[in-house]
Design a protein around this ligand. Structure first.
Ligand SMILES: NC(=O)c1ccc[n+]([C@@H]2O[C@H](COP(=O)([O-])OP(=O)(O)OC[C@H]3O[C@@H](n4cnc5c(N)ncnc54)[C@H](OP(=O)(O)O)[C@@H]3O)[C@@H](O)[C@H]2O)c1
Length: 443
């Protein structure tokens, strides 16, 4: 049932900002499921409240299953989740993972226990550590096969619960947004031709997966050169749901002028991709006035991040169009991630070329990589063609950054290989209560 709560929590994926995703399953005393709910978005009714309403007393004496501990207590200014579970009359609550924010963690668990509810938090139990200790004591052979299977299943459900709210967990552990680097390359490792033409490396199914990941993000990040060459839209192509900000990092501010024509090299990201008529028509209209897509803020917000004092008159022109311009004394991926963390962003989706991807990786800003690989070979023509990651300064293969937790999937004719990079600026564990300043505003 916790696995089902994780699944339900995923229902709000891409429809809301990537704030905590919560699902709830209420089971009656006789074992029958009486409610399955999820919180649709920030500020919406809590999954537990919706479930208690739906159960209408039918879960009395039963059990609640949650993927994530609800926020509770003075720090959170909130008691709706715990009150709803109390109102539902459950005597047991099984939770996938505790709330990660220090000060909030275990507040709901303690409150429920104080009301006499039996609470189990699956993720609190470090099964690997316990097993290792048992092994060292020579007790491993005593474990029954059923017990082993149960532990394996528990580990799986805890991993799924963590993955569902990974952006929040990373943000609490690192103080920065969870950052995903995505690129689309040919089988010979090129993200564009020698001339810079890059539309299209992958097919429509893979591009659909990219739009879905944009919708899970607070901001989509590119560098100035991608704006100059590709004139991207960087929208989710959806009418409803969360709109991530489009962020351009440009140190020079040598970007297309507000009235300048900008066809890009191949209208990257601007073609109709089987959208329905209304949106396709709007984009066709735009192509008749081929200005820089990101300067049109009617569809989604745009933020340009630049160096202090770069082209102030142009900055003023952009601001007049509704583009936000933020200046940095030193524009680095690290400073940008820090700033976006303070702004409350939980997930950044880096869709830049190799010139920006390399410093972002070197700054240890990137946590997850999505590499789309198209079954195409392009080679080069009179000069090198760009690859996904530029100058890292690494000279030995033994120094390569190694992805972990790999996943492989196919999208039409394209393959997606994704994996996590170890965040070396953390110990890999969440801070314990009282370790941090507890300023996470992830809920
Ligand atoms: N297939 C794909 O997945 C994909 C995705 C994106 C792009 N592309 C292709 O990649 C090519 C562009 O590659 P690119 O690497 O030049 O892309 P980029 O995404 O534009 O990144 C480089 C730019 O980032 C800006 N920047 C800001 N801070 C920086 C910093 N600290 N260090 C380095 N750069 C910083 C600079 O802009 P300023 O020069 O304005 O200061 C720099 O020119 C194009 O041909 C495009 O079509 C392909």
């Amino acid at each position: 049932h916790v696995a089902r709560a994780v699944e339900l929590a995923g229902e709000s994926d891409g429809l809301t900002q990537p704030h905590p995703k919560s699902g709830c399953v209420l089971v009656a005393a006789d074992g029958g499921v009486v409610a399955e709910t999820f919180q649709l978005g920030q500020g919406g009714a809590r999954a537990e409240v919706l479930a208690a309403d739906a159960a209408n007393g039918g879960a009395a004496g039963g059990c609640a299953y949650l993927n994530l501990e609800p926020v509770h207590g003075n720090d959170a200014g909130e008691d709706a989740g715990v009150n709803a579970l109390h109102r539902a009359g459950v005597t047991r609550v099984v939770i996938g993972i505790a709330h990660p924010i220090p000060g909030t963690r275990h507040a709901a668990v303690d409150a429920l226990r104080a009301r006499g509810v039996h609470v189990v938090v699956l993720g609190d139990d470090d099964l690997d550590e316990r097993e290792e200790e048992a092994k060292q004591r020579g007790e491993a052979s005593g474990a029954s096969r059923e017990g082993e299977m149960l532990r394996a299943a528990t580990r799986e459900v805890v991993a799924a619960a963590r993955a569902r709210n990974r952006a929040l967990l990373y943000r609490v552990a690192t103080g920065r947004p969870f950052s995903v680097l995505k690129y689309a390359m040919t089988v010979d490792g090129k993200i564009a031709t020698t001339s810079g033409h890059s539309s299209w490396v992958t097919g429509p199914t893979a591009r659909g997966a990219v739009w879905a990941e944009r919708a899970r993000s607070d901001a989509v990040v590119v560098g100035g050169s991608t704006v100059r060459r590709d004139n991207p839209n960087l929208t989710t192509r959806r009418k409803d749901g969360h709109l991530p900000a489009r962020v351009v990092l440009s140190r020079t501010m040598d970007l297309p002028g507000v009235e300048e024509e900008n066809y890009g090299l191949g209208t990257y990201d601007t073609q109709d991709d089987g959208d329905d008529g209304e949106m396709a028509a709007a984009r066709a209209e735009k192509r008749r006035k081929p200005r820089t897509n990101l300067w049109d803020t009617s569809e989604a917000p745009t933020i340009v991040m630049t160096r202090t004092g770069a082209r102030p008159e142009f900055q003023a022109q952009l601001r007049e169009l509704g583009v936000e311009v933020i200046e940095f004394d030193d524009l680095t991926p690290s400073a940008v991630a820090e700033y976006c963390g303070k702004r409350g962003y939980l997930q950044l989706f880096w869709e830049c070329g190799g010139g920006l991807a390399a410093p972002a990786l070197n700054d240890v800003v990137i946590h997850h990589v999505m590499a789309f690989i198209a079954p195409k070979i392009i080679g080069s023509s009179g000069g090198p063609a760009p690859s996904p990651v530029g100058e890292t300064g690494l000279d030995l293969m033994t120094d390569a950054m190694t992805l972990r937790g790999l996943a492989l999937s196919t999208h039409g004719r394209d393959v997606l290989l994704s994996g996590y990079l170890p965040a070396v600026n953390t110990s890999g564990r969440l801070k314990r209560d009282g370790d941090g300043d507890g300023d996470g505003d992830g809920d």
